[in-house]
Ligand binder design. Structure first.
Ligand code: HEC
Length: 104
């Protein structure tokens, strides 16, 4: 049946077009506040002031972004290194977030 074939071809074309429609995968947006709440609040507290185990008071910290990224990546003293736990993007975002906690 010609009609059946036409319908089949139409369906195939639809499926092929649908499969080729490359919707770009959205780049995951890093939610720094969520990362901070999950990994950092324990020692630093929600507002950055807790200072558990001698953790620096983040509201008074004057460290530049690069140093924070280094310290979060490789750890320091009693602070856990986050290399392999957080992605570099997450580390950079949460480092910037700690700067936003600065109240000075
Ligand atoms: C196990 C407890 C602990 C956790 C969890 C922790 N920290 Fe720390 N953090 C510390 C300690 C202790 C220091 C002080 C290190 C030192 O100077 O010896 C510190 C220092 C810092 C500093 C530098 C402050 C300054 O001016 O000296 C930053 C920035 C920081 N932490 C960010 C983070 C971020 C972001 C996270 C989450 C990804 C995090 N920390 C998780 C314990 C922790």
């Amino acid at each position: 049946m010609l009609l059946n074939r036409l319908i089949l071809i139409f369906l195939l074309a639809t499926v092929i077009l649908w499969a080729c429609d490359e919707t770009p995968t959205p780049t995951p947006v890093v939610d720094a506040a969520t990362v901070y709440a999950k990994y950092c609040v324990l020692c630093h507290g929600q507002d950055g002031r807790r200072g558990l185990n001698g953790a620096g008071d983040l509201t008074k910290s004057t460290l530049p972004l690069e140093v924070r990224i280094q310290q979060i990546t490789f750890g320091k003293g009693l602070m856990t290194p986050y290399q392999g736990i957080l992605t570099p993007e997450e580390i950079e975002a949460v480092a910037a977030y700690t700067i936003s906690l600065n109240k000075q």
